[in-house]
Ligand binder design. Structure first.
Ligand code: FNR
Length: 357
């Protein structure tokens, strides 16, 4: 049962942390290196103040949007996160039930711990698939076809984790995947391998041979009719290469601070990326969203929609599908409160003016 004091996302995080083995928490809640970017994600949201407005006409208010041809009830998506069976016996099957119950689109991780077709069979809402480009193109294509066959509505290529970050918290805790939890959708695929000898760089020799480039995104666009989004954009200088490669959307993200430490907060990078995109494709954002006011701030600074990662995992750990649904409902309800108190009846009304300057 869901603890009665779980009323905000921070409560779910506290309960999840208390329940999970320390090494699992070090993986799930852990950041890259010193956790500076993870902290910045939060601090940057907290530093923004809202310009409250009163007595606005809120009749007919709603949070609906149309995104990449999909009609969504609200702009809060489930971010792709790996290995849900670490947190709950049903894994992604529970997550997708919870997300579907509250109309959240879910991005299934390439490293999901349940087969994609089983997740799709349990889905009530739109599913997207997050793709890590595989060392062999035939393996990447096999994943794309599986996602298409499962009815996924978009592909999200995660580009900011070409190699693993320095996951020191995880390493100190000695985290390893327990037996029975694995990336089942990648079974049989070639894994990136280093060919470095003793004393040679394991990063530059081998591991990067298979790392994707912009030309691979253009190739992927030619292989599928699904919209392709690239996740992990922070620099406005990456916008033109992305658009030239034909992407249908960008996700501003620092991977929740889990990869390269001392990257800026997503919400700091967002306005610059959005300005460079200039409305040509949808822009989504994630990283550190823990309150409806954070969602409002992201939409005000140029996001069309947002994703949430760790809070959903905490909901899953604490309450299974019901916990996931509750976490997403809290966030959506808080967004509606924030819209009301800033005088924004629809998402289109949420502009830069809601931020106090
Ligand atoms: C992630 N994230 C992630 N991203 C991705 O593209 N593929 C993946 O498999 C994973 N796996 C993953 C596992 C865990 C435990 C976490 C917490 C995160 C990153 C995720 O999609 C998203 O960018 C961040 O989680 C957003 O930040 P918040 O909402 O967690 O603060």
């Amino acid at each position: 049962p869901i603890p009665p004091d779980a009323v905000a996302l921070a409560d779910y995080e506290r309960h999840a942390r208390a329940r999970l083995p320390a090494d699992v928490w070090a993986y799930v809640g852990g950041a890259g290196a010193d956790g500076i970017t993870r902290a910045a994600n939060r601090a940057a949201f907290d530093a923004l103040r809202l310009e409250g407005r009163v007595l606005a006409d809120m009749r007919g208010a709603h949070t609906r949007l149309r995104l990449l041809g999909m009609d969504l009830d609200h702009p809060i998506l489930v971010a792709p996160t790996a290995f849900h069976r670490l947190l709950h016996g049903e894994g992604e099957l529970a997550t997708v039930l919870g997300a579907g119950a509250v109309g959240s689109a879910m991005v299934v991780s390439c490293q999901a711990s349940v087969a994609l077709d089983r997740i799709a069979a349990a889905a009530h809402g739109p599913l997207w698939f997050q793709l890590y480009m595989q060392p062999r193109r035939e393996d990447t294509l096999a994943l794309v076809r599986r996602a298409e066959d499962a009815g996924c509505r978009a592909l999200v290529v995660t580009a900011d984790a070409a190699i693993n970050g320095l996951r020191n918290e995880e390493a100190r805790a000695g985290f390893r995947l327990p037996p029975g939890v694995e990336a089942v959708n990648l079974r049989g695929f070639a894994a990136p391998a280093s060919r470095a000898g003793p004393g040679q760089s394991p990063v530059f020799l081998g591991l990067l041979d298979a790392a994707p480039r912009w030309s691979d995104i253009a190739w992927l666009k030619g292989e599928t009719r699904l919209p392709v989004l690239v996740k992990g954009i922070l620099s406005p200088r990456d916008v033109e290469p992305a658009l030239a490669a034909g992407v249908d959307g960008l996700i501003v993200s620092n991977h929740g601070g889990r990869v390269l430490d001392t990257l800026p907060a997503s919400i700091e990078a967002l306005p610059r990326v959005a300005a460079a995109v200039a409305g040509r494709v949808p822009v989504l954002a994630d990283g550190g969203i823990r309150r409806g006011t954070d969602v409002l701030k992201a939409l005000a600074l140029g996001a069309d929609a947002v994703l949430t990662g760790l809070p959903v995992l905490c909901g899953l750990a604490v309450g299974g599908a019901a916990g996931v649904a509750h976490v997403l409902t809290i966030l959506r309800t808080e967004l509606e409160v924030a819209m009301t108190l800033t005088g924004c009846p629809t998402l289109a009304d949420i502009g830069p003016g809601v931020i106090w300057r």
